[in-house]
Ligand binder design. Structure first.
Ligand SMILES: Nc1nc2c(c(=O)[nH]1)N[C@H]1C(S)=C(S)[C@@H](COP(=O)(O)O)O[C@H]1N2
Ligand SMILES: [Mo]
Length: 321
């Protein structure tokens, strides 16, 4: 993964939330010529050529106890500085390109060591439990971080619904891969993007099955219509646009571990004491509303130690990075 300094984000790449909404109104006005009344509430509007398609359907959310009080990253930055390699490897690519992702119809498969394999419709999945708004720290392995209000419910709720067999020790998740929807899919990667968690990590209430952010459904570039967020782990654990959960008794293959296992471990817990071979993990650039992001110390488990440290008791975290 290449690092691009947050100070390199050009202001032209960033749409302030206000401007975003204003322009959207304009675009909705234009689009509604064809789409009619539905447009006002749920159209994904094209902002301007070279920018992005953004979902704007409001979610009904409830408060959550799993939330931090750090200053939030502005919406415009969280949606224009992304890693979603299926849509290009530059941080500004997903915001420009992910409009070709079709998020309906969408189904999620449940396979492997479960009582009964099945396929779930995304709209049913979204309705399965109340959607909580949770402000989480989001730490990329590239040493930048954001603070994002995600909307979803604990993955544990869905795993209970899946009824994994006692033999299932891990869950692997698969992102969508579709050349038609990803015309610039980079070569040299073994798509689809795959990630996974040990069962206790997946069942930890912090692990969020995520359908939205900032109170709206996920913008495509943030992994619509459903993604994972594990706030105590590096961002690449958080697979986007998931189409399958696979339960298994073996530690599953994960994309970045396969590409470079010396650099990206299976666990990938945020850990300031274990540096990346090519850079320090002791600090991070916090992308917030300031023009020049501050460098702040990285916290063990990204500050979520109280909730997660016990899962790793007795494990050498230098070995199991
Ligand atoms: N399918 C897929 N999921 C992915 C990635 C990706 O390239 N493809 N990038 C990961 C990385 S490295 C990070 S930091 C986060 C970024 O999420 P965000 O763009 O919503 O901040 O998504 C993760 N999930
Ligand atoms: Mo990342």
């Amino acid at each position: 993964m290449l690092i691009r300094k947050a100070t390199d984000i050009h202001s032209s790449e960033i749409t302030p939330k206000e401007a975003f909404f204003d322009r959207r109104k304009f675009v909705v006005g234009a689009a509604s010529l064809g789409v009619g009344a539905i447009a006002a509430s749920r159209i994904s509007a094209v902002l301007s050529p070279g920018t992005s398609v953004m979902a704007d359907e409001a979610l009904k959310t409830v408060a959550s106890k799993y939330t931090v009080s750090d200053a939030q990253t502005p919406f415009a930055k969280a949606t224009h500085y992304n890693n979603f390699y299926e849509y290009g490897t530059d941080k500004s690519d997903p915001g420009r390109n992910a409009h070709t992702l079709h998020t309906r119809p969408w189904t999620v498969q449940v396979t492997g060591m479960v009582k009964k394999p099945q396929t779930v419709n995304i709209d049913d999945l979204m309705k399965y439990r109340p959607i909580e708004s949770r402000v989480y720290r989001h730490r990329c392995v590239e040493a930048w971080s954001m603070v994002i209000p995600w909307d979803g419910y604990s993955l544990s709720e869905f795993i209970n619904f899946c009824q994994p067999l006692p033999s299932a020790k891990y869950v692997q998740f698969f992102s969508l891969v579709d050349k038609k929807q990803m015309p610039d899919l980079p070569g040299g990667y073994d798509w689809p993007y795959r990630e996974g968690l040990r069962m206790d990590e997946a069942m930890n209430p912090l692990t969020l099955l995520t359908f939205g952010c900032y109170g709206n459904v996920l913008p495509n570039q943030n992994g619509a219509p459903v993604r994972i967020v594990t706030p105590w782990k590096y961002g690449f654990k958080n697979g986007k646009s998931i189409v399958r959960f696979h339960f298994t008794d073996k530690q599953p293959q994960t994309t970045w571990n396969e590409i470079s296992s010396q650099e990206y471990g299976f666990y990938s817990n945020v850990n300031p004491n274990v540096d990346h071979p090519r850079w320090s993990q002791g600090h991070e650039r916090r992308i917030d509303s300031s023009v020049f992001p501050k460098t702040v110390p990285t916290l063990m488990f990204n500050g979520y130690g109280d909730q997660v440290a016990s899962m790793y008791n007795g494990m050498d975290l230098k070995k199991f990075y």
